[in-house]
Design a binder for this molecule. Sequence first.
Ligand SMILES: Cc1cc2nc3c(=O)[nH]c(=O)nc-3n(C[C@H](O)[C@H](O)[C@H](O)COP(=O)(O)OP(=O)(O)OC[C@H]3O[C@@H](n4cnc5c(N)ncnc54)[C@H](O)[C@@H]3O)c2cc1C
Length: 228
Amino acid sequence: MEETKFIRGKDMTDLIAEPSVELMAITPDAERVIELACRTCYLSFHRFDPPASTRELIKKVIRKGHHSVLEHAGATFRIKGGSRTFTHELVRHRLMSPSQESQRYVEYGKTRDFDVVLPGSIENSDFKNRYLEMAARCEKFYTEMVKADIPKEDARYILPGGTTSEIVISANLREFRHIFAVRCHPRAHWEIRRICLKMLEVLKAEAPIVFDDFEIDWETESARIVES
Ligand SMILES: Cc1cc2nc3c(=O)[nH]c(=O)nc-3n(C[C@H](O)[C@H](O)[C@H](O)COP(=O)(O)OP(=O)(O)OC[C@H]3O[C@@H](n4cnc5c(N)ncnc54)[C@H](O)[C@@H]3O)c2cc1C
């Protein structure tokens, strides 16, 4: 049977990607740095009395929209298992710095394995097997072209938007708040929403006051800013 040629492992599960986020770095004592930077505006260091003063001041500046002080702290994440479709959306954020694996230099099947994101709507439909077979066919054709000396930068044109792409992003906490506000919103695309939610969860633990007003709803896999 034609299809069996493209089966890679049992049920082609080795083709299905799972997203992960890893916090690589964050400004040490991020909220202390923000408070001390902010207190410079008023030379009110005599009021520096953490943790109460930190909470009070950061919540106040967020409420009043004095968000530039949040730029004194930043974080870096490595994201794996997200699709090129997702990274295309993510890199639109201009105040965030990305470094992404290049399909011009990386060779699937050699430098790294080829895998794809399987959207839930397709996974739960009759199209699942055909979707994975099509992806496997694209990979096979890509490999055939590269072996025949077609440059990787040209052979990649046949790869699907679901192809995963590793990316490292850095941004200050003001920009992370903005990204989460628009990308964790229930109306945002499910994949960027899901991955941003993972980062939000990490930053909520690392800088709880800065992200305190983001309420995560795990049922709908979304988050919104609530008054606090
Ligand atoms: C739900 C959703 C759907 C979308 N759909 C589409 C679509 O169909 N087509 C499409 O092309 N894009 C779409 N986008 C992407 C969107 O248009 C933006 O490119 C993306 O959100 C990044 O821009 P940003 O304004 O959010 O902020 P960032 O680039 O993250 O910048 C952060 C903030 O800095 C400020 N800023 C940054 N650059 C400037 C500047 N040059 N001038 C003034 N202020 C600046 C703004 O206040 C901005 O909000 C969508 C985004 C979302 C969240």
